[in-house]
Write a protein that binds this ligand. Structure first.
Ligand code: FAD
Length: 490
């Protein structure tokens, strides 16, 4: 294990012409890509490959929206490599076998990749590394995904962290993250003969939906891959960084970066974001300082989630606090379906769930409220919600999604206490005071005045014309039921 985190002896340039394979995974970009940069440094011809692996045991299949994002990211990366005279080779099958097969087929001298942090992924990477080295092929991995890798942030006693503030203080004290690497301007490529390899075209992977094609709203909302990432970052830095601390909780404002899917698939690196935000704040000083600190702390939550995933590989399926194993969750397919479709009768929850369905994204504050509603008001196991988000979010992330759901449920590390139960009406009135966000996603409520938009049942049946559903549960009663359930496992 320890060996896999080190970068062994560099490629021996005395063997001219032996290609270097760059194995792309969650790092679908050219800029600040340490594996690619190291491969370019050898000046050997490159083979750039993506292996679509749905066969290896333990790997969680991507959800529909993430598959859609992956398609766009791969297409963009292939296009960028073609501009440099190469291409992205797509192979399908279990990575353990395929990468070794590829390395042998092209007589590679080395294979480079950026590291992943899930247990199944690490196990695959470890065995690929062992197999390559056994054949005398250099195998080296790099950090392309995080500011600080999970094992580098340790408490004084050497233990992993369970509390965010202590984690982030310690991580921040490790110093400024390395400056991002420039995208290579020139690369040479090996002419790969794919005849003996399970090569496929991008469309063969069937990552995009057809029949029905439900991705129209996603296409309208997003430019996938590296070409969309930098403009999104620049827009955020120019228009929203300064007010980020004050406005980030407002779903009716464009007040956050919307970089999560780009970070998830590595269309931009967290180091690029960190340095660009720090430089922009320095230029806008002192007004942007508070916004910067808050924004970097959100990147810190991403780091913390990966720290938790690395040290708790079953983060998406096991309560970090065993007390929650006995929770009397309700089996209620009708309520679950109403939540999924945005038909709970609580406008902020429903607006969030419909934004998610339409665009593959939901604002963070609304994620917290919608998730809390499922777990506490409906008393449905957080894993049902985690699975729905996994399928519908373009940024569905193995660390952030699981850690956030456990945080909301109260079962996680440094979690919101279970007994603190959001009131979706008061949250709506506070964070969407004019109802602009709700009206955007629930057109059937568009005619209600701001004073009724988060409590439409007070507007009377006539105003709703029965187009909006009654509340699935009443807040006070649901709250009491949740607290009683929690006490029962106390
Ligand atoms: P910004 O506010 O601009 O933040 C910048 C970046 O910091 C984000 O892009 C993201 O990478 C990171 N970040 C921000 N907040 C968090 C957080 N609470 N935890 C971890 N990282 C954070 N985020 C995902 O990336 N993928 C998920 O699958 C995911 N699932 C979530 C599920 C629930 C129930 C909740 C409550 C939150 C979830 N989040 C997830 C965290 C957060 O909601 C999103 O990262 C954020 O809304 C993305 O919007 P943004 O890029 O504009 O964020």
């Amino acid at each position: 294990m320890a060996e896999s985190r080190q970068n062994p002896a560099r490629h021996d340039p005395s063997e001219p012409g032996r290609p270097v394979v760059v194995w792309f995974r969650d790092d679908l970009r050219l800029a600040d890509n340490p594996a690619l940069a190291e491969a370019a440094r050898t000046q050997q011809p490159l083979v750039c490959v993506f292996c679509h692996d749905e066969a290896s045991p333990g790997l969680r299949p991507l959800g529909g929206a993430a598959r859609w994002w992956l398609h766009g990211s791969l297409a963009a990366l292939d296009q960028a490599l073609r501009k440099l005279g190469g291409q992205l080779v797509m192979l399908r099958g279990p990575a353990r076998e395929i990468i070794e097969q590829l390395a042998s087929a092209c007589n590679a001298g080395a294979v480079y990749w950026n590291r992943r942090y899930g247990a199944a992924e690490r196990s695959i990477d470890e065995s690929v590394k062992t197999a390559l080295r056994a054949k005398g092929i250099e195998a080296a991995s790099f950090n392309g995904h995080l500011l600080h890798e999970p094992w580098t942030v340790r408490s004084r006693t050497g233990q992993p962290f369970r509390v965010f503030s202590a984690f982030w203080r310690t991580a921040s004290a490790l110093g400024t993250p390395p400056r991002p690497l420039a995208a290579p301007h020139r690369l040479s490529f090996h002419a790969l003969d794919v005849a003996q390899l399970p090569a496929v075209g991008l469309t063969d992977l069937q990552l995009e939906p057809s029949n029905p094609d439900w991705a129209g709203g996603l296409r309208e909302a997003w430019i996938r891959g590296e070409p969309g990432a930098r403009p999104a970052l620049d827009r955020f830095l120019e228009t929203a960084l300064t007010g980020y601390a004050e406005r980030r909780d407002r779903p009716d404002r464009a007040a956050t970066s919307r970089l999560s899917a780009y970070l998830r698939f590595g269309n931009i690196s967290v180091r690029q974001v960190w340095h660009a935000a720090s430089a922009a704040a320095a230029a806008q000083a002192p007004a942007a300082q508070r916004g910067l600190e808050k924004f970097l702390a959100e990147l810190g939550w991403r780091e913390f989630s990966y720290h938790l995933l690395f040290h708790n590989p079953e983060l998406a399926c096991r309560n970090l606090q065993p007390r929650f194993d006995g929770m009397p969750w309700r089996h209620d397919p009708h309520a679950l379906a109403a939540w999924q479709r945005g038909q709970t009768g609580y406008p902020l929850v429903d607006a969030g769930m419909r934004e998610l369905w339409a665009t593959g994204y939901m604002h963070n504050r609304v994620r917290m409220i919608a998730a809390s509603f499922l777990v506490k008001h409906l008393l449905i196991d957080w894993r049902e919600g985690e699975a729905w988000f996994w399928d519908t979010l373009i940024d569905a992330d193995p660390a952030n999604n699981a850690a956030s759901w456990q945080w909301v449920a109260g079962s996680g590390a440094d979690a919101a206490p279970f007994f603190r139960i959001f009131n979706p009406v008061l949250q709506g009135e506070r964070f969407d005071p004019d109802g602009a966000y709700v009206k955007q996603w629930l057109p059937e409520l568009a005619s209600l005045p701001a004073s009724r938009i988060h409590r439409p049942w007070e507007a009377g049946e006539e105003a709703l014309a029965k187009r909006y559903p009654p509340r699935l549960v009443l807040h006070d009663a649901a709250r009491e039921r949740a607290l009683a359930a929690f006490r029962s496992v106390g």
